[in-house]
Design a protein around this ligand. Structure first.
Ligand code: OXD
Length: 308
């Protein structure tokens, strides 16, 4: 049985060594050393271009090496091939770290102190309790839920919004377009963790921003295409929004002349909020392979009709 890894090259060795140790019956190949492509039954990949998929006539499952799946053109993958996204503890922990850091940096005014330092300004700002701030998460999937559960430990008031209703203990939940407005009006810090679909592209726009309370901040850790760039600039420049922390942008990478780089109220990181960790992802993938062999449901299986 052959599995081909065609993703992040620097981490290929860690994947290969896990499989060499724990699945000796499996022929684990690393691109470009792929051997006879007709023998490949499983593919771990980030990009899956149509012409490459067409060269794998015996492919049984496509495993995305990342959590998102919006980069995969479903129409290029034959219907009988399940597409599985990566749901693994390393990605979840990375997202929890990044979002906690971003929320706390906003809550504790770190960016104000960063801007005071060059002028040697000593200006202590008020320190409000976490319980006086409401943090809202759009997208209550595995990542959204994990982030909210960790934020709860700091004492923030929490809200969540999702396409379909989801209940999380300690979180005031809202669902669907009907309740979006109601959700937004209470969010001091808004976090986007939505999947990117036709319905969610451009969702972070001026309508959403104007529904947030004055002085609110946003954190986008989902996809750059969720955000309407000009609307963010307008909302920040008018003083309605206070700050934006963006780990994802459109385009990526951002060219040096992009206005976000120099905006005093935007903080950008280069799509690093969380990454698949081979040490934790490989066991999950192997478990999924075994599920497939036994005919059991796969964890992280994509619903093509929903788009995630
Ligand atoms: C992912 C990502 O989807 O890195 O895994 O954005």
């Amino acid at each position: 049985m052959s599995i081909l890894y065609r993703s992040d090259a620097p981490r290929a060795a860690a994947w290969a060594s896990y499989f060499a140790e724990h699945a000796t019956d499996l022929d684990f190949r690393v691109w470009p050393d792929a051997g006879n492509l007709e023998e490949v039954e499983y593919l771990i990949a980030w990009q899956a271009p149509a012409e490459f998929i067409a060269a794998l006539p015996n492919l049984k499952v496509l495993f995305s090496s990342g959590a998102g799946i919006d980069h995969v053109d479903f129409s290029a993958i034959p219907e009988h091939i399940p597409i599985v996204r990566m749901v693994e503890p390393g990605i979840i922990d990375g997202m929890i770290e990044y979002v906690s850091l971003a929320v706390l940096a906003l809550h504790r005014d770190f960016f104000d102190y960063v801007s005071m330092q060059p002028t040697g300004t000593w200006d202590p700002l008020e320190v409000p309790p976490a319980s006086s701030r409401t943090v809202g998460v759009m997208g209550l999937g595995v990542l959204g839920k994990a982030v909210l559960e960790r934020l709860a430990t700091f004492g923030f008031r929490l809200r969540g919004w999702n396409r379909s209703p989801r209940q999380i203990v300690g979180v005031e939940s809202f669902a669907g377009t009907d309740q979006l407005q109601q959700f937004l009006v209470g969010c001091d810090i808004l976090i986007c963790l939505l999947p990117l679909t036709e319905a969610t592209a451009g969702i972070l726009d001026r309508k959403i921003f104007s529904s947030l309370p004055k002085g609110a901040s946003i954190i986008n850790v989902a996809r750059g295409l969720h955000l309407v760039n000009e609307d963010l600039l307008e909302a920040l420049n008018s003083g309605h929004l206070s700050r934006a922390i963006l780990d994802v942008t459109d385009p990526e990478p951002m060219p040096p002349e992009h206005p976000f780089w120099r905006h005093p109220r935007i903080f950008v990181t280069p799509h690093v909020a969380s990454m698949t960790q081979p040490e934790t992802a490989a066991p999950i993938l192997l478990d999924n392979l075994r599920r497939h062999w036994r005919g059991e449901p796969l964890i992280g299986l994509i619903d093509r009709s929903r788009g995630y």
